[in-house]
Design a protein around this ligand. Sequence first.
Ligand code: ADP
Length: 304
Amino acid sequence: MIASGTIIFYSFITVAIAVAAAILTLFICWLVMKSKRVVLSKASYQALIDNNEKLADAERRANDANKAKSDFLSSMSHEIRTPMNTVLGMNEMILRESTSQEITDYSENIKHAGNLLLTLINDILDFSKIESHKLEIVTAEYNLSSVINDIYTIVNPRAEEKNLCLNFKNNPEIPSLLKGDEIRIKQIIVNLINNAIKYTSKGSVTVDFDYEKLGYNKIYLKVSVADTGAGIKEEDIPYIFDSFRRVDTIKNRYIEGAGLGLSISKELCILMHGEINVESEYGKGSVFTISIPQTISEGSENVE
Ligand code: ADP
């Protein structure tokens, strides 16, 4: 009896020791695995921090370089504009005084190239101002009819040069006095009409001024510029508002341009809380539309 009791006792002790050893082994394995995981995650955490620092540093340097580029473009275009205006002014004197056809022809060439250069410089100046968030929208009262007249006076000579029919239509019910940035609105519309003329070899350019009521003293000024020109391929449309981007470059290789006009126009529309859209059929023509909120000025006619 004693012997079998002793055997049972020792067997029990042995089993208990085996179970305890198994539990201890499992516990040690778990500890080892856990500590490895901690070491691993600590390493990857450090790598993550290092990467983030590198990224932040790269972003800082890219922003600094971009700012330096914008500042350089802005000050250079400013500096070039002054002597360029003098050259064009003096050339105007030559055109007026010249009695020789040969000199007049040379002078006309200087005028054409000088004006192109001035447009480019102005575009670069606007582009760099927009990039560095320094372009401000200046709101003041203006008369819409005189803006429309100014635009017509600016663009009509070019349409005549190309024998294009230039039509201006306007809804007579648009409130006559508005508040907004007339200079920037004019700039966008002139740019769209100049493009329409530039990319149209025959037919017409039609500019339509309309509005949509927006609250009691606000309207959306809606202007569309339609042409019967080259049109834009569907796949090119998403890119035409990108800066320095020209599309269909083989067909348009003899047409001057830097690919800045539409991107500046779009940015100006956004700054004025408006939008710009385009519909185009390749080979048939395009319609560019802008819609910009403007305040109706007190004393304006045609206010319902
Ligand atoms: P660009 O100085 O080249 O005219 P824009 O930014 O004004 O630059 O226009 C970008 C591109 O969009 C042009 O290069 C041209 O391919 C296309 N585009 C713009 N307006 C028209 C239009 N009315 N008809 C056809 N293509 C146009």
